[in-house]
Ligand binder design. Structure first.
Ligand code: NAD
Ligand code: TYD
Length: 361
């Protein structure tokens, strides 16, 4: 086993590409990146490391057992980190099939191949091997305004096809540890934001629409609460869990940054008003309240005490510093936004927003 090689799945997506870029730039060893390149996966996210010999890209599905088997036998990794997923709640409402296929069946197939590879390793390598599964706080369901934040011991109560499919995958990972002894780690993180975030999610969509002079659609009355973490902090946390986490454990990751959606959108408008003022008026003038998401979870909040106390991880960015960095990144990367929003993206806008009374496409 090459002790410095890791496999990352979904490394061309938002969080995966941030993780892969940081890993390769920090020279932490060889990284094999397996990605299906769905609408959310973009090779341009990896442009900065495209010539680095420590990064090997493989275009495949996590559910393609032959491809995964060959990859594991060829590269002999010391760890597999599973970021690959269908990740957008609204898409899961319109078309849950892909979520079951990738998040549940795909993770199962990946686990089976990893188990076979791991069981054939010498005992010492078996002990140091890790399967790290990247999951979400959405598996815990929705909180009422005065409920305490999610702890690792909260029961799973997923409410959307997305969160239900992630919950199913978390349970499979748990079972592979309990039944077969596979040394697994699971992370449940809150909402991320930062560079390379696909503009179907709230923060990049609002930045993109603001700059394009389009409506800024807020579902319902904007009082839903999310707990925001800068993506680089999430990636740092994953590296800590990989290095120091205990097999079989789960770790909640979050930055204690609860905000209503309306607060987030106001903050984005105010930063844009400073960084790139409009000829007249404020970006806030573009805010539009639209039909709510079915089954819209009211509030997510992460209690990050466990990872802070047992692994010593803490976020580096506050919401204020992280969100300004993010807006600046989008202002400096308009070509990236243009390229990822061509093609399939337009179809998605008309599917999702037409029914909410907006024509964004
Ligand atoms: P994303 O949608 O931006 O990227 C997903 C990546 O996985 C893409 O590159 C896509 O091509 C790839 N992929 C999809 N199906 C695949 C398959 N069958 N085989 C191989 N590759 C496939 O998602 P993201 O926001 O980067 O999320 C990454 C992980 O983190 C997901 O597991 C998600 O559930 C979890 N997560 C996301 C957030 C968030 O705020 N975005 C928060 C907590 C946890
Ligand atoms: P999103 O970024 O899709 O993440 P998630 O649903 O996984 O939390 O949405 C974040 C919040 O913003 C959520 O409460 C839904 C809301 N939202 C809007 O109000 N308008 C939008 O156009 C989008 C995409 C989301």
């Amino acid at each position: 086993m090459h002790t410095d090689t890791i496999v990352v799945t979904g490394g061309a997506g938002f969080i995966g590409s941030n993780f892969v870029n940081a890993w390769v730039k920090l020279k932490l060893g060889k990284l094999v990146n397996l990605d299906k390149l769905t609408y959310a996966g973009n090779m341009e996210n990896l442009a900065e490391i495209s010539h680095d010999p420590d990064h090997v890209f493989i275009h495949a599905d996590i559910g393609d057992r032959a491809a995964v088997k060959t990859l594991l036998e060829t590269h002999k990794p010391r760890a597999v980190l599973n970021f690959a997923a269908e990740s957008h709640v609204d898409r899961s409402i319109h078309g849950p099939d892909a979520f079951i296929q990738t998040n549940v069946v795909g993770t199962f197939n990946l686990l089976e191949e990893v188990r076979a590879y791991w069981q054939a390793l010498p005992v010492e390598s078996q002990q140091s091997f890790r399967f790290l599964h990247v999951s979400t706080d959405e598996v815990y369901g929705s909180l009422e305004p005065n409920d305490p934040a999610f702890k690792e011991t909260n029961p799973y109560q997923p409410n959307s096809p997305y969160s239900a499919s992630k919950a199913a995958s978390d349970h499979l990972v748990r079972a592979y540890h309990h039944t077969y002894g596979l040394p697994t780690l699971t992370t449940n993180c809150s909402n991320n934001y930062g560079p390379y975030h696909f503009p179907e999610k709230l923060i990049p969509l609002v930045i993109h629409n603001a700059l394009s002079g389009k409506p800024l659609p807020i579902y319902g009355n904007g009082s839903n609460i999310r707990d925001w973490l800068y993506v680089e902090d999430h990636c740092n946390a994953i590296r800590e869990v990989l290095a120091k986490g205990l097999p079989g454990e789960t770790y909640n990751i979050g930055g204690w940054n609860e905000k209503t959606n309306l607060d987030v959108v106001h903050t984005l408008c105010d930063i844009l008003d400073q960084e790139q003022p409009k000829a007249q008026g404020s970006y806030r003038d573009q805010i539009t309240f639209v039909k709510d998401r079915p089954g819209h979870d009211l509030r997510y909040a992460i209690d990050a005490s466990k990872i802070e106390q047992t692994l010593g991880w803490k976020p580096q960015e506050t919401f204020e510093t992280g969100i300004r960095k993010t807006v600046r990144w989008y202002l400096e990367h308009t070509q990236w936004v243009e390229r990822v929003t061509s093609g399939e993206y337009q179809h998605w806008l008309s599917t999702n927003y037409h029914e909410r009374g907006e024509e964004l496409a």
